[in-house]
Design a protein around this ligand. Structure first.
Ligand SMILES: [Ca+2]
Ligand SMILES: [Ca+2]
Ligand SMILES: [Ca+2]
Ligand SMILES: [Ca+2]
Length: 467
């Protein structure tokens, strides 16, 4: 057995030795899926300089993960209902490219990509409320890209988004058309939520693995200079979800639209920046009275980051994110315990923004401040050159102190939600093996009552094999 194989088995062993709590909230599931998606993105690309007319390739990706979660309930005196999980996620992909003839003026490249997903999760010991969940095998992606330049048509099941992906980003069944001309990029999309997708509103009967929402979006981006891009988008979300069993006493329909403006590029000293402002409007229902109310909400994300070009590749970032809240809403995603009075000012969105490992809040009724750094400390070492260390510090405040946030335990009327420190150690051991450790510690603030303000801890160990 080689030295590197021994080390791999050592890390695998750590999976089964570590003991502690968990079951993911939907924001945690989403972050994990986004991180997986990022490591799979290369499988969707191809080598442009090939001389062959038809390229075909396939491969696989297997992720083993152990997650321990402690005091999701912020109460160390009561047993955690979420303790820990083991998961095994397998993705198999294939792709085919139809390339232009060599030495021809015709440059169009059409492609097809297919990916299957099979996720198996074991939650806590079987002698308690835990159990198994087998999600799959599902069709993860299946899409074709038709290159009709200056138009590109993407058809099928794939990842769609507008702007930075906060208002909307998800895998959906849909069509997207992109038009590129000089410094302009225009796109239009229509998509439908996936079958078996959980409803964002967990108060609707049968919310689990049942959701029916459609998204219609347009976006225009203009590159002003090589270093500055401005963009704007409009997104319409229509809710066709039904309660199951049918609940005639309550209406759960949540229809919304989003208008966004953004900019990204470089500041002096080569500092990267991004800025996006989103206004949400729409209609939601009050649970008890079934009164229809207007939604009027805001989202904002601002950030800068700097890559220092020295040994160790240090990178620093600063970020602010905001999602407006409603003072009479206890729950930020549901109709029940949702808006009870007047306008619904809660920002509810269908995309993603990273908000940390442990508290992992939605961007609703919250101000989030983040400062972070990453580095590659041993880039000169042959074995550890792809070992990367990252740290993030988060500070969270409520927008409306009387309102609730994504964590139901933060139910005291105080704007101080608390702070969190997240650490990540990732190591690309070889081209086939990647190991990641993530640890998050959330320190609750005044929004937690004195009997419910113990720290949340999150620990994840992950090993990914690709072939
Ligand atoms: Ca635990
Ligand atoms: Ca909590
Ligand atoms: Ca507990
Ligand atoms: Ca209200």
């Amino acid at each position: 057995m080689t030295q590197s194989l021994k080390i791999i088995w050592l890390f695998l062993g750590l999976f089964f030795l570590a003991q502690a709590a968990y079951a993911e909230t939907s924001t945690q599931k989403r972050r994990i899926e986004e991180e997986k998606r990022a490591t799979l993105i290369d499988s969707q690309k191809t080598d442009i300089d090939s001389n062959q007319r038809i390229l075909f390739d396939w491969g696989g990706w297997i992720n083993f993960r152990y997650i321990d979660y402690d005091n999701d309930d912020n109460d160390s005196s009561s047993r955690d209902s979420f303790d820990y999980t083991y998961s095994n996620d397998t993705r198999l992909w294939m792709k085919a490219f139809l390339m232009p003839p060599p030495d021809s003026d015709y440059k169009n490249r059409h492609s097809f990509y297919l990916r299957l997903k099979d996720l198996y999760i074991t939650e806590r010991p079987e002698d308690t409320a835990g159990g198994y969940d087998h999600d799959g095998p599902h069709l993860d992606y299946a899409y074709a890209i038709l290159d009709l330049r200056p138009f590109w048509l993407e058809i099928g099941r794939h990842y769609l988004s507008v702007g930075r992906g906060i208002a909307y980003s998800d895998v959906g069944d849909g069509i997207q058309m992109t038009f590129l001309h000089k410094n302009w990029k225009l796109k239009a999309l229509v998509s439908r939520s996936l079958p078996h997708q959980d409803n964002i509103d967990t108060s609707i009967p049968g919310y689990s693995k049942e959701s029916a929402r459609s998204f219609y979006g347009i976006e225009a981006a203009h590159r002003l200079t090589l270093k500055q891009t401005l963009y704007g988008f409009w997104l319409l979300q229509r809710d066709f979800s039904d309660s199951n069993p049918i609940d005639t006493a309550h209406t759960y329909t949540y229809n919304s639209q989003y208008f966004g403006l953004g900019a990204q590029g470089k500041l002096p000293l080569d500092i990267d920046y991004w800025a996006e402002l989103i206004h949400e409007s729409g209609k939601s229902y009050i649970f008890d009275s079934n009164e229809k109310k207007n939604v009027s909400a805001w989202g904002l994300n601002l950030g800068i980051s700097y890559d220092w070009q020295i040994t160790g590749k240090p990178e620093f970032s600063l970020e602010y994110a905001f999602g407006s809240g409603d003072s009479d809403r206890a729950n930020v995603t549901d109709t029940q315990f949702g808006n009870t009075l007047g306008q619904d000012k809660n920002f509810l969105y269908f995309g993603y923004i990273p908000t940390g490992y442990a508290l992992s809040p939605r961007l609703s009724n919250i101000h989030l401040y983040r400062v972070g750094a990453t580095c590659v400390p041993f880039e000169k070492s042959p074995f550890f050159k792809k070992l990367k260390f990252g740290i993030n510090y988060y500070r969270y405040y409520k927008d409306k102190s009387e309102g609730g946030i994504y964590d139901p335990d933060a139910n005291v009327s105080s704007s101080d939600i608390g702070s969190e420190i997240d650490l990540e150690l990732s190591w690309q051991i070889s081209s086939e093996l990647r190991w990641i450790l993530q640890y998050g510690h959330f320190f609750p603030g005044g929004a937690y009552s004195s009997s419910n303000n113990d720290s949340d801890k999150y620990l994840s160990l992950s090993l990914t094999l690709t072939f």
